[in-house]
Design a protein around this ligand. Structure first.
Ligand SMILES: NC(=O)c1ccc[n+]([C@@H]2O[C@H](COP(=O)([O-])OP(=O)(O)OC[C@H]3O[C@@H](n4cnc5c(N)ncnc54)[C@H](O)[C@@H]3O)[C@@H](O)[C@H]2O)c1
Length: 252
């Protein structure tokens, strides 16, 4: 089996479930050391424990991406345990109306819910990027992968704060790419359409008439995080089954 991540340390933020968890598992299976940081510290440690049981180097650590001190703690933990920080994958996030159980139109959504949407989906990645950048620049190597969304490209009437935050990640990615370029530090955003991390996503429309398997997004994350993508930086990579093409109907 190919071992693209041997001798590399990857921090997976939001790695306790969904795309983050599969990313952590796959990086570990290809020889990487993984630090799984998640607000659900117990689930993060459970995943890390199962990876250790199969011979990988893995740690779980509680982290709320809204708290700068938690973010810096994760960076310091990675450096203390492994001596390097080569890959950051920031998957923590989600639509605030779902995560905070606040359906209803944008103009009636409580400000606290909007704050959650921006804090977790935009400020968290911003804090993490700031926290790890100097380490990567000094190492003269590193890659930052941020999880955006199709909503950041098309807009979304139901997920205004989410769409705003995810669009912001594209600017963050480009800015990081420009800072890191001459130091062999890359940054990429991956923007999925609907992904089957939960059953509800199966009903979302795409021209391909289905949602993505989790693996279909994670394979792109892994490619971009690996040296196979060594000349790719500053991009927003859509994995959306053609949804951003913009058609209103998909005739069959
Ligand atoms: N699933 C989809 O259809 C889809 C589509 C487009 C984009 N995305 C984006 O991809 C990313 C991953 O999605 P997923 O479906 O795998 O999500 P998920 O809900 O399965 O996993 C998200 C993880 O983030 C963690 N998290 C939540 N708040 C946090 C916080 N404050 N600090 C630290 N960790 C926190 C959760 O505990 C969870 O483990 C998200 O950013 C999401 O917005 C998902």
């Amino acid at each position: 089996m190919e071992k693209r991540f041997e001798n590399k340390t990857a921090v997976i933020v939001g790695g306790a479930s969904g795309m983050g968890e599969l990313t952590a598992r796959k990086i570990a299976s290809e020889g990487g050391r993984v630090i799984i940081a998640d607000v659900n510290g117990k689930a993060a440690e459970k995943t890390a424990g199962s990876l250790r049981a199969s011979g990988s180097c893995a740690w779980g650590i509680p982290c709320d991406v809204r708290l700068r001190e938690d973010v810096e703690k994760v960076r310091d933990f990675a450096l203390e345990k492994t001596g390097s920080l080569d890959i950051l994958v920031h998957t923590a996030g989600g639509a605030s109306q779902r995560m905070c159980n606040a359906p209803g139109p944008f103009a009636e959504r409580p400000y606290e819910v909007l704050d959650w949407g921006i804090d977790v989906n935009l400020k968290g990645p911003l804090y993490f990027a700031r926290a790890v950048l100097n380490t990567m620049l000094k190492q003269e190597r590193g890659v930052i992968i941020l999880l955006g969304s199709i909503d950041g490209v098309t807009g979304s009437p139901m997920s205004v704060d989410y769409s705003t935050a995810k669009a912001g990640l594209i600017g963050l990615t480009k800015s990081l790419a420009l800072i890191g370029a001459e130091h062999n530090v890359r940054a990429c955003c991956v923007s999925p359409g609907p992904v089957l991390t939960r059953p509800g996503m199966a009903s979302m429309k795409t021209p391909m008439n289905r949602a993505a398997e989790v693996r279909e997004v994670v394979d792109v994350i892994l490619f971009l995080a690996s040296d196979q993508a060594s000349f790719i930086t500053g991009v927003n990579y859509l994995v959306d089954g053609g949804r951003a093409c913009g058609a209103q109907e998909y005739p069959r």
